[in-house]
Design a binder for this molecule. Structure first.
Ligand SMILES: Cc1ncc(COP(=O)(O)OP(=O)(O)O)c(N)n1
Ligand SMILES: Cc1ncsc1CCOP(=O)(O)O
Ligand SMILES: [Mg+2]
Length: 381
């Protein structure tokens, strides 16, 4: 029912008339309510994401993007739409899903809110078409901006975690694969590469899936050795490519801008090329000869020292590194190391991981370090 104020000539006064809404008016009211509720929902979700970009990441660009979209939504939120609100009569206000009551970490909180914003924008796009033809178009564009924001934010977080990862476990085949990797994750490991050169793809895929799940439970980055297809199939964080593997440019096209690509290097030329081609990090070695990569000559500590002085991207010394020689590698300038046997064959993988990390974390941050890091810590992510 709607109220209409009328002037009554007989009594010289205002009377309130109550008359039913027409069918069109009723339909419009429903549309206004839908738009009003979803404009609120989209803005709230964006605000939650914006707060993390601002306070968690100190990232002005991502913060600005959220704010810009919130303001654009506010412009669509007209008085007419707000006036249609009927909170008391809305059966949806009391409905919550148990998953909304708790969030495991920042990542799932952000994912849930991206989902909420994208859903709300889809509703606004569809019902908006019945309200104002421009609204449908504008909301469609904004929904794509949200997808881009999500991809940029997730990529940024991943890269930040790479910068904070000083120890890299490259796995070797074993019946206790998951057990050992989990033990290392418990010791504080945040970067894992799945490497098995001699296994059927069906098994490789299965193991990669399980490892990815495990790593993400511990908020660690999960990389696949050699195989871009497997990385995509299991939604890994990236791929590690050697000099004989796929070119970085091709992998980048397949993986998109936000997944990580690592490249092995054994000399200065390879290092410079990897940087130029857009690798996110490089492997540097083998520092020492190693049975894990039989027949490959050592690049030596001189190469480590060169890279320490000349490399502008994160790099991991690799090859023959163990608890006895890690300090020699650190003395040569390494801040990050990758190991296979050092953890995979350790009697106590958690303890040895903690030992490696304690040695690597002793190194003071370089004040001239070129990487920009935010104040977020991986265990919060
Ligand atoms: C971190 C890291 N560095 C180097 C390698 C070696 O890669 P590649 O030269 O392609 O040799 P394989 O590992 O494929 O035998 C790596 N895997 N990880
Ligand atoms: C994969 C790889 N690439 C260069 S050295 C190496 C193996 C390192 O293994 P380990 O840590 O057991 O010496
Ligand atoms: Mg390889």
């Amino acid at each position: 029912m709607k109220r209409t104020d009328c002037y009554d000539q007989n009594t010289n006064g205002i009377v309130v008339m109550v008359e039913p809404y027409s069918q069109t008016e009723q339909r419009n009211l429903v549309i206004y309510r839908i738009l009003d509720a979803n404009l609120d929902r989209a803005r709230e979700g964006l605000r939650i994401i914006e707060e993390w970009c601002r306070f968690g990441l100190n990232n002005a660009q991502l913060t600005g993007e959220c704010k810009g979209m919130r303001q654009e939504l506010a412009n669509w939120h007209t008085a007419e739409l707000r006036a249609a609100r009927n909170t008391l009569g809305d059966p949806g206000t009391d409905l919550t899903h148990p998953q909304e009551e708790q969030r495991a970490n920042i990542k799932s909180l952000l994912q849930a809110n991206f989902c909420r914003v994208e859903e709300a924008m889809r509703v606004l796009e569809e019902y908006g078409k019945l309200y104002n033809p421009n609204m449908g178009k504008a909301l469609k564009q904004m929904r794509y901006r949200v997808y881009t924001l999500e991809s940029n934010l997730m990529g940024y977080q991943r890269h930040q975690l790479l910068l904070r990862s000083h120890l890299y476990l490259v796995t070797s085949p074993t019946d206790k694969l998951l057990e050992i990797v989990e033990a290392a994750l418990k010791g504080g490991l945040t970067l894992v590469q799945y490497r098995d050169k001699n296994v059927d793809d069906a098994v490789r895929l299965q193991q990669a899936q399980k490892l990815r799940q495990l790593c993400h439970t511990y908020n660690a980055i999960f990389i696949i050795n050699d195989r871009v297809d497997i990385a995509l199939a299991v939604d890994a964080d990236g791929v590690h490519l050697g000099q004989q593997d796929m070119p970085i440019a091709v992998a980048r096209q397949l993986l998109g801008p936000h997944r990580l690509i690592g490249r092995s290097t054994t000399n200065v030329d390879e290092m410079q090329r990897a940087i130029k081609e857009g690798a996110d990090y490089i492997g540097v070695g083998p520092v020492y000869e190693t049975p894990t990569k039989e027949g490959k000559p050592a690049a030596g500590l001189e190469y480590v020292s060169y890279v320490a002085k000349n490399c502008s991207i994160p790099w991991f010394a690799i090859g023959g590194i163990d608890p006895n020689n890690i300090n020699d590698v650190i003395d040569a300038g390494a801040k990050r190391v990758a190991v296979v046997r050092g953890i995979m064959q350790a009697e106590q993988p958690t303890l040895v991981t903690q030992y490696f990390l304690s040695q690597l974390n002793r190194i003071q941050p370089d004040p001239d370090h070129p990487y920009v890091e935010s104040n977020y810590y991986p265990d919060q992510w």
